[in-house]
Design a protein around this ligand. Sequence first.
Ligand code: SAH
Ligand code: SF4
Ligand code: F3S
Length: 476
Amino acid sequence: MEKMTDKTILEERQGEATLLANSSESERKIYIESYGCQMNFSDSEIVASILDKSGFGTTRNHEEADVILLNTCSIREKAEQTVRNRLNAFRKQKSNNSNVVVGILGCMAERMKHTLLEEEKLVDLVVGPDAYRDLPSLIEEVDSGQKAVNVLLSRDETYADINPIRLGSNGVSAFISIMRGCDNMCSFCVVPFTRGRERSRNPMSIVAEAKELFENGYREVTLLGQNVDSYKWNINRKGEVENENEPTVNFAQLMEMVAQVSPELRIRFSTSHPKDMTDEVLHTMARHDNICKYIHLPVQSGNSEILKKMNRGYTREWYLDRIKAIKTILPECAISTDIICGFCSENEDQHADTLSLMKEVNYDFAYHFFYSERPKTLAERKYEDDVPEEVKKRRLKEVTELQRACSLEHHKKYIGTIQSILIEGPSRKSVEQQCGRNTQNAMVVFDKTDYPAGQYIDVLIEDCTAATLFGKVVSK
Ligand code: SAH
Ligand code: SF4
Ligand code: F3S
């Protein structure tokens, strides 16, 4: 399999269910599966917390669940199809026991609203990303024999006061959501419609969450937002201070505050936006060893005309200038990206520009997709989805092959070096091995030690594939 970093693993996972502590035989049980980005997985932890307070336990087995929830993604058509196929698995259970509540949460709920109830008869509950506090009363509504929908988007909901219940966690790494929504309106993207306006969460609640995680043994947090560089507290959309008596906080400052929780706590973040990523962020990263030297900076296309049509807010030259800043200020930093192949009207020369940009940047890793038209987006309304599917697929293959070669070259450079690894747990392939990542987010596998997950160790890298580094432990 291709090298998969966290995000891909999450996208590929066919949902995750979890077992909460303290669930007793008598209480009603929920079963949650999550799809899509890290934000959705983080939201499921908020949902579990909200329902836990209302007396719901959880189960990993949907057959013993009273409430089945799918937290869904709409980013590409395929993501929605996956959820629709998955619903089939619950059809028989619902026909055997009509008291079982089936709910759709997340982006597909927000995008489709009531239509979901019409198209998928077994669905009882449709709840958008800003309405999770309403879940207990919506479930009551379903219990009383009605279908229930809440897809209201909010201008200020951040769930800042809710202490997420960590689902499917390795006890070492956790997500912290720092903002919600997105105001960018990239022309291909459904997120602004499914997640609403951008809003930032109170920095004190973010630092408190990081501290609590650290005290509970966690050693790595990932700060999450669709565009973390535009995080702002006490600053309005025009850039003015809202309350003169309170401090203002931008993303660089927030990251610094979290980094100061402990030098033993690693900080990661996702996603940066090329138009907003400042040198201040890069200098902050340089000052703190515990802020990981890894930046995911989605480019989408290497051609300025296509970037303009995508409404990304930068040109190829601007993007390359940001890459230059990273390489100058943070020479050890790994860089990854997202690429869309076959966007409306993309021709062979424009595609070649993407390949040449990839070579110039020399990414450590890339996620690549072919363009999938999404309802209501600017691209759907304004441009024709005119690149034939086989051309999209061929271009995607070229991008994939180029990236695999680049990833392998990057990995080969680690051979013979000693890398500091945070142990995450047993490797996925063998219990005789453990795994963890270096600061650049490369996955390292080594023979099992007595050191537990959450421990930092030094590993001498001896071998690699495009996906993984292999090595032996040289010291603690
Ligand atoms: N907020 C992040 C991206 C979130 S979506 C950012 O701006 O970088 C994750 C990725 O999905 C995007 O970077 C893009 O590459 C891809 N994507 C989004 N909409 C898509 C579409 N309609 N078709 C194909 N890929 C898409
Ligand atoms: Fe979508 Fe663009 Fe917002 Fe990312 S920045 S979520 S791609 S609209
Ligand atoms: Fe998907 Fe929504 Fe995330 S559309 S990628 S789950 S914000």
